[in-house]
Design a protein around this ligand. Structure first.
Ligand SMILES: *[C@@H]1O[C@H](CO)[C@@H](O)[C@H](O)[C@H]1NC(C)=O
Ligand SMILES: *[C@@H]1O[C@H](CO)[C@@H](O)[C@H](O)[C@H]1NC(C)=O
Ligand SMILES: *[C@@H]1O[C@H](CO)[C@@H](O)[C@H](O)[C@H]1NC(C)=O
Ligand SMILES: *[C@@H]1O[C@H](CO)[C@@H](O)[C@H](O)[C@H]1NC(C)=O
Length: 354
């Protein structure tokens, strides 16, 4: 609650900020954005959101093909995904790390992620109006091939927090924590990577993030250049959108809470003192962390929320503009796995990596 009250204390009268939970929709090797049609894709993902998700949703509007969602706001049929985290045992076998729900979400949500759509920051939406993403819009953040600390440090939207409790915020690192974390590891994905302002408050990673769209392309060959990424502009606070990317869209962010506590006994950790967690990409440093997004809000529901002054759960009915469903309803939505391999048992190799 501590962190949340700090965020709440910053709330001024004229902005909207969405923060909501989505339970797990599917854990499998599919990637319709980067590897459309590849069944299976290169590595395992955890996907949340609408059940329009499949291997080939290359241009479609998932808000018209899905009929349920794992997200609290029931008009949000978007898909959100990241790599999956595994524990590597001393005997070389792997076990997927369970996920737990963040604090202050709809009760009973199973696994999943916390999703944010914010404006300029928690004090103000700035001078510009925020334009919701358009049907068919998609983008990625980070890259599964990032393998140097330099590149990871520069990608400031991609960070980890070693959770002392579910509410720990700040103290972010570009690589996996090197010590056992009492409440697990939070993986943070901010679209886009953005210089972190030097604000000494715990909600720091949620502030002054600006996203700018070129206003024309729903996607681009690298899935990123239709958006303005401040990684290209070095470590500067986000300014106004450049003329190449003039449209202010919401700042999108994911938080995933990986419950590593079942693996925190140091006698299980590698004898060389290194940490034992690996992304499904095979990366044991954490540099390859990445996120994918396909927009899928029904009609103008996201725009209505962005035009409102609501905050967090206040954006839901009956007082806010968005429809809400219960955690139990969220958990009921799922997609059948197209790729039927085992991702959950004790595995001799990571799926797709022999
Ligand atoms: C994926 O969904 C789209 C849109 O509903 C559909 O056209 C396509 O056939 C589906 N592909 C697979 C592999 O199920
Ligand atoms: C919802 O979509 C799923 C998967 O596309 C389909 O199997 C199911 O029949 C649909 N249910 C309803 C009530 O339309
Ligand atoms: C923002 O939107 C409002 C309502 O549509 C409009 O009156 C105003 O001029 C817009 N502001 C800017 C900076 O575009
Ligand atoms: C995290 O994992 C541990 C060990 O399996 C379990 O006891 C605990 O209940 C889990 N915590 C949450 C919040 O799910």
């Amino acid at each position: 609650m501590k962190w949340f009250s700090i965020a709440a204390a910053l709330v001024g009268p004229a902005q909207a900020g969405l923060r909501f939970g989505c339970s797990t929709l599917s854990i499998q090797r599919l990637d319709p954005l980067v590897e459309p049609g590849n069944i299976p894709s290169a590595h395992v993902h955890q996907i949340v959101g609408g059940n329009g998700f499949n291997a080939t949703i290359t241009t479609s509007d998932v808000s018209t093909t899905a009929n349920c969602t794992t997200c609290t706001f029931s008009e949000d049929f978007s898909n959100y995904w990241t790599a999956a985290l595994y524990f590597k045992a001393r005997d070389g076998r792997y076990k997927r790390v369970p996920i737990y729900a963040n604090a202050d979400l709809e009760s009973g949500i199973q696994g999943g992620m916390t999703i944010y759509y914010t404006q300029l920051d928690f004090n103000s939406n700035g001078k510009d109006n925020i334009t919701a993403f358009q049907p068919g819009f998609r983008m990625t953040l980070g890259s599964p091939t990032t393998n140097t600390k330099d590149a990871a440090v520069k990608n400031t939207g991609l960070r980890y927090t070693c959770l002392q409790t579910v509410m720990t915020r700040g103290a972010e690192t570009p690589d996996f924590p090197t010590k056992p974390c009492p409440a697990g590891i939070m993986a943070i994905h901010h679209f886009p990577a953005q210089a972190t302002p030097t604000l000494h408050i715990k909600a720091m990673h949620l502030l002054t993030k600006v996203r700018c769209w070129d206003g024309k392309n729903l996607d681009s060959p690298d899935h990123q250049s239709h958006m303005f990424s401040t990684t290209k502009g070095a470590f500067q606070n986000a300014g106004p959108c450049p003329s190449s990317h003039p449209i202010r869209v919401p700042q999108l962010a994911y938080e995933t809470l990986w419950n590593t506590t079942g693996f925190n006994d140091k006698s299980l950790w590698p004898t060389d003192g290194s940490q034992p967690f690996v992304w499904s990409t095979g990366d044991d440093k954490g540099y390859s962390t990445h996120g994918d997004y396909i927009f899928g809000w029904k009609g103008d529901s996201l725009q209505k929320a962005m035009d409102s002054t609501c905050m967090f759960t206040g954006c839901g009915s009956p007082n806010g503009p968005l429809k809400v469903q219960t955690g139990a309803q969220q958990n009921k939505c799922a997609v059948q796995n197209t790729v039927t391999e085992d991702t959950e048992g004790w595995l001799t190799s990571l799926p797709g990596r022999h």
